[in-house]
Design a protein around this ligand. Structure first.
Ligand SMILES: [Fe+2]
Ligand SMILES: [Fe+2]
Length: 472
């Protein structure tokens, strides 16, 4: 379904047929733009940025490139096409027609799921707002801005649902999305990882690899929802999300590649002497971002997760491709936890273990990029291997919260933890070093900061020296 760009709010939901809703969203729009100006990428309002804008949600239309000033980006409401006769795929209501309206008994739960998802979208824009000042190239600057405008659009996607289906409560929630801010002591964002700073580009690449990937898994499970407008919103968001994780994977890969090049050229492991990030420091950043992203999946055993599933609100990853009864009344699932200082496995009802199952899908996906990073190191002939730490490492939520688990899964005592913390997680000194590499933004087309390799190819196949951002 093509997107109507002639209206103030581009959309493919026939917004003009519902004047009340249209007016409510048009009243929210200036507040959103004000938020973008106050909290979006700092000092960027006049830049012409080579951005991707969706003109339709099908394969031909969703990747349309051109120069745009970000405040003029056409944020709007784009849902994936409606599937004829879609049925609820899981839970107690399995087989019944998917809901086109919110079932009264699930109203507050659905609203909470939508608000929690929606809140992460502007949060990441806020976390990343200063990074443009230290971009390692125009290519990277453009990718940052692309991600930022799309996270803004993901907020639109959730705000549309709140306005269209949740009445006055929904409108109030939509306002609050713009009032909470990442790291604000009085009105913080809802989830912990979204109140952390993204202070440098290595953190940004790790965040887009690990934390945006959590987003992928949350969106994928909401894309299975029996509430059809939510499912269709999330399905289209997933197509945009893929680029964010690409930026993360290739970004980390390019840092690794540059480090390996310098190690070989200089015949030294001490690449800090040459202004690059040493491999052990990259591993520590990986450990940090992986572990805080694991927390976003919640408790291993969760009755909330079971209730969402039974009610047909939130499915499993690729629910319809799983070969089982999609109700899980008697199925079991093994989860890991701690018992008297040891990591032990125990069987729990599969229904309560759905967070853990989603976390496992996520971990398997994360591991694929790590393999590709290791290929870069291997091709350079360097003996070093990046590893995902154990799932119990550095956790704040779930059965491992507060426990001292080494990256290799050993449970250690406090003294051992303290003695090794600086080898496992970025120390203040590591962070200060990485920050020191983030000099002034590199703005000459085709040039890159010393600590990162150029990408293998340009965006939309543009040449290496393409002017991705024009400053005015
Ligand atoms: Fe997003
Ligand atoms: Fe994202």
């Amino acid at each position: 379904m093509s997107i109507n760009y002639s209206e103030r709010i581009p959309n493919n939901v026939d917004l003009s047929s519902d004047r009340r809703l249209q007016r409510a969203l048009e009243a929210w729009q200036p507040n959103y733009l004000q938020w973008w100006k106050d909290m979006g990428p700092d000092g960027s309002l006049d830049f012409d940025v080579y951005l991707r804008t969706a003109i339709s949600t099908d394969a031909n239309g969703w990747a349309n490139f051109g120069y745009v000033k970000m405040p003029e980006y056409r944020w709007g409401i784009f849902l994936a096409d409606r599937e004829a006769d879609r049925r609820i795929a899981f839970g107690d209501e399995k087989g019944k027609p998917a809901w086109q309206e919110v079932p009264g008994e699930h109203r507050s739960t659905l609203r909470r799921l939508i608000v929690t998802q929606g809140d992460t979208e502007p949060a990441s824009v806020e976390q990343q707002r200063l990074l443009g000042k230290t971009a390692p190239s125009l290519y990277d600057l453009r990718n940052l801005f692309q991600i930022n405008v799309e996270e803004g659009r993901h907020l639109w996607a959730m705000v549309y649902l709140l306005h269209a289906y949740f009445g006055r409560d929904g409108r109030e929630e939509a306002e609050e999305m713009l009032q909470r801010h990442s790291g604000d002591p009085d009105k913080p964002r809802i989830l912990g990882a979204f109140n952390e700073k993204t202070p440098d580009w290595l953190s940004f690449f790790m965040f887009t690899y690990f934390t945006d990937r959590d987003g992928k898994y949350q969106l994928a499970s909401l894309a299975e929802s029996g509430f059809d407008p939510l499912a269709r919103s999330c399905r289209f968001m997933l197509t945009e999300e893929a680029h964010h994780m690409f930026v993360g994977e290739t970004g980390v890969g390019r840092v690794i590649q540059r480090t390996c090049e310098v190690m070989k050229e200089r015949k030294s492991d001490d690449v800090r002497a040459f202004g690059c990030v040493d491999l052990p420091t990259i591993q520590k950043y990986l450990n940090f971002h992986f572990s805080v992203s694991l927390d976003l999946f919640g408790q291993e055993a969760s009755t909330n997760a079971a209730n969402y599933y039974t009610a047909g609100l939130k499915g499993r990853y690729l629910e319809t491709r799983i070969d089982d009864d999609h109700q899980l009344a008697s199925a079991q699932y093994a989860i890991l936890g701690l018992d008297g200082g040891a990591v032990v496995e125990r069987q729990v009802p599969a229904l309560t273990a759905l967070n853990e199952r989603l976390r496992q899908d996520y971990i398997d996906d994360c591991a694929k990029g790590v393999l590709r990073w290791n290929k870069i190191i291997e091709r350079a002939g360097i003996d070093f291997e990046m590893k995902l730490p154990h799932r119990g490492f550095n956790r704040r939520i779930g059965g491992f919260a507060g426990a001292r688990v080494a990256p290799d899964g050993r449970v250690v005592d406090e003294a051992t933890w303290k003695a090794n913390e600086g080898k496992w997680l970025p120390s203040d000194e590591d962070r200060a070093y990485v920050t020191s590499l983030m000099g002034r933004a590199v703005t000459e087309p085709g040039k890159f900061a010393n600590w990162i390799a150029p990408p293998a190819r340009g965006i939309n196949n543009q040449p290496a020296d393409f002017e991705y951002v024009r400053f005015n």
